[in-house]
Design a protein around this ligand. Sequence first.
Ligand code: C2E
Ligand code: CA
Ligand code: CA
Length: 530
Amino acid sequence: MQTAHRIIKNYRRKRIIVCLVLSLSTLVCTLIIGFISQRNVNHQSTVAFVSHAVDTLDKILQPLETGRDVVQPLIGLPCVEVNFLLRKQAATLQTVRSIGLIKDGVLYCSSMFGNRDLPISQFQPQLPSSQPLLLLTADQPFLQGNPVLIQWYPLPGKSEDGVIEIVNIELIARLLLEPQLPIISDVNLTVGDKHLNHERQLTDSLVFGDDDNIYQQASINFPFTITVNGPGLTALALKTLPSQLPLAVIFSMLVGYIAWLATASRMSFTREINFGLASGEFELFCQPLIDAKKQDCIGVEILLRWNNPRQGWIAPDIFIPLAEEHNLIVPLTRYVLIETVRHLAMFPTAPGFHIGINVAASHFRGGELLHDLNRVWFSAEPAQQLVIELTERDTLMEMDFNMVEELHQKGVKLAIDDFGTGSSSLSWLEKLNPEVLKIDKSFTAAIGTDAVNSTVTDIIIALAQRLDIELVAEGVETSDQASHLRLHGVNILQGFLYARPMPLRDFPQWLAESSPPPASHNGDMMPSIS
Ligand code: C2E
Ligand code: CA
Ligand code: CA
């Protein structure tokens, strides 16, 4: 049989598991979302960085094209005449270090060095060329092998004559090729088959790590490409996870807490009982009351059974106290009343036939019981005698005695259940003025033993007889107990000796078959669970 403690523990365990699962999934989801968005942010910044670099270099190179128109007419003129103009033009184009004039394949005038006489093919084999060229190369004569970016513009139709503009590569390296750690660890400008990095090293090939994230973009205006590489986006995003952890933990704890609050009613015993009521999991059983002398059935006690498909059979000793604790005993008793009335045809219609219903004292508060009885019981006008069995002696204090009086007047009998087990039973006899006392089964069990309870049984019997109260002995299991009780004037007996509690639908057959001596009907609670 399930214990109340175990059932509540089960609910709590389930609730804890649900909240933990929710909380952990939130934590994992938050971290995954953080990871994905960080990865996207990293990718976006890489793309933005590269396209900004391409745009900027485009803007640096575009004025060279316009500058060409100013300089080209100077080709062929003596250097002394044009040198000043060349310098002025180089100064105007801030990104240009120097401008040179080439005539018949010879650099004869430079804005930086004045008169020269240097065949251009000596320091730049690709020049002169009939096509405009952008060259990334190591400059020998001018910059001692340092990398230079050269823009070559030939005179239309004359491949041997033209203008070279040498771009300020420090500016480019500083402006465009500076790494952006931790996302971008290397930036390269590629022109033709040469690559330049921020340290102004010129290489013939780009070298990347296996897991590097590589991204490149070519200019649509000039023949260059910007390539960046850095740690893999996944590895990078993973590195940022620890910093996201505290917020994710706080968020997931918040979700767990909200889930805890939200499941308070859903995953509770309260909900389980409500659910059980709605889905008809509760079933009414009855146990016959036997006339001690005539040995015939003079009534029944209605006992509730709960076949809970999730927990198995739950004994009333467990769910009744829990229902009382969770303020659900009133709807449960209401259900018992409704179902009893619905099955009235199962019982003899003799006016004295007892139908005992267990009612908790809390049902007496606020006139609720009377209201329910009027609505359910009296409206059905049953022929049988209703006996209200009061089970909760400890809370009798809160009882509405006016209602007790009204019940007496309406012909309802009051029985004090488990009499003798409470601490103040005697004083309540006077206040409640009950018609019936039910001797608790512990006293019945003591009959024939030397236990103090055995004496108490005799005292209870004497007391009831003195007060002219009907006595019902519960838990009669042996014929010795039955004889003893009968001899001492207990007129009504209830116990396994006569019948175990049985489903209401089985009662008519039991009644038909049971003729003294008592039948040993086996209608006890269904398969018990440990
Ligand atoms: P109770 O009102 O004292 O009911 C009598 C209990 O004694 C029943 O247990 C019954 O099966 C058991 N019993 C009957 N004859 C014997 C016997 O010869 N030997 C032994 N050992 N036991 C016997 P049950 O059905 O398990 O109910 C336990 C308690 O749960 C009831 O005690 C009552 O307090 C409560 N209960 C049951 N149904 C309802 C209900 O519909 N409403 C309320 N408020 N309480 C109920
Ligand atoms: Ca009872
Ligand atoms: Ca009892």
